[in-house]
Ligand binder design. Structure first.
Ligand code: NAP
Length: 310
């Protein structure tokens, strides 16, 4: 049974389909919109810089939906290899927009909170755009292409993700195996910084995008899980959920000393309030604690659990 009015047959083309967010769309569409036919393209199946398959993709997706999740996401690499990053993020998005133009398909574009400078808190749809990094600037240029291609396209400007298990390259995906390895090696303390963020579950994002697609919602929404948390508090919660609390002491350290090299790129605090989702009654996001607990309860994380110590 479909949860939403998504029972019509539609074609959905997903770029970057083997990434954190792409995988979440594949999974949630199979669950909540089983009538949709999905063309899930990993980078090896379509490098979005390649213009050759544009016409064929346009014929296939005619009148459907394009989830454009294919992107370079590594902020540091975007700084050191800016031309490659531009080709992928801006050039790739122009190719996707061309498909939409030829086919009448609508685009969903996942945007980063790094199009903002973090000086205003909370961030809403009315907050001024001011990227501090090359990544943020390129993502903003790509979003401009999407929004000018058609007013019916949908953009989510989002906080950092959790999700994707072995594809999770964000904080949770990195810290879990890292601290687990330290515990196994006998380390008793670990220092974690206090940058504030809102870990936002990729499955919740995909579900929210499906709802907005079904309701024909358009334009820009900001989106994050509910609440906010420092990396340190989040790590303490991860340790509790995975049964590590008595095995390692997590020491709180100020953001500045922990990640000096990042200061030019990432604001120390980026907190979103889902104003438009809230006002339109379509906010499916959950408190970050609930999403994190569900994510870590998955069997993938069994390898990182310890039994309670006696
Ligand atoms: N991660 C976050 O916290 C976050 C927050 C807000 C918005 N977003 C946005 O959400 C989108 C998806 O990000 P994600 O977190 O799912 O990152 P991800 O896991 O790295 O997924 C991105 C996917 O794009 C693929 N890709 C890279 N270059 C490509 C190219 N030239 N052509 C086609 N595909 C290419 C990657 O393939 P390979 O792995 O094979 O390179 C990867 O599978 C991005 O637009 C990102 O900016 C991410």
């Amino acid at each position: 049974m479909s949860l939403f009015p998504l029972a019509e047959r539609r074609h959905v083309l997903i770029t970057g389909a083997d990434g954190m967010l792409g995988r979440a769309f594949v999974r949630q569409i199979a669950r909540f919109a089983p009538a949709f036919e999905v063309r899930a393209l990993s980078r090896s199946e379509w490098d979005v810089r390649d213009r050759a398959p544009i016409d064929e993709h346009a014929r296939w997706v005619e009148g459907g939906w394009i989830v454009h999740a294919g992107s370079l996401v590594d902020m540091e690499r975007c700084s050191t290899e800016a031309e490659i990053a531009r080709d992928i993020i801006v050039g790739g998005t122009a190719n996707v927009a061309r498909i939409a133009e030829l086919s009448g398909a609508r685009i969903f574009y996942p945007q980063s909170v790094f199009v903002y400078d973090g000086l205003e808190s909370p961030i809403t749809e009315r907050t001024l755009l001011h990227p501090l990094s090359i990544y943020g600037a390129l993502k903003l240029a790509a979003e401009t292409i999407v929004l000018s291609q058609s007013p019916s396209n949908l953009v989510f400007r989002m906080a950092g993700f959790l999700g994707g298990e072995e594809k999770d390259t964000n904080f949770v995906g990195w810290i879990v195996p890292h601290i687990h390895g330290l515990i196994r090696a006998g380390q008793k303390t670990f220092a974690v910084g206090d940058r504030i963020w809102q870990p936002t579950y990729t499955l919740d994002i995909a579900l929210n995008a499906l709802l907005l697609y079904a309701r024909d919602c358009r334009g820009v929404y900001v989106l994050a899980s509910h609440g906010e948390v420092s990396f340190w508090e989040l790590t303490v919660e991860i340790a509790r959920l995975l049964g590590w609390s008595e095995r390692i002491e997590l020491v709180h350290t100020p953001f500045k000393s922990f990640s000096e090299s990042e200061l030019g790129h990432r604001p120390a605090r980026s907190v979103i309030f889902n104003q438009r989702l809230h006002d339109e009654g379509v906010d499916l996001q959950r408190p970050w604690q609930e999403a994190l607990a569900e994510y870590l309860a998955g069997s993938y994380f069994d390898q990182y659990r310890f039994p309670p110590s006696r």
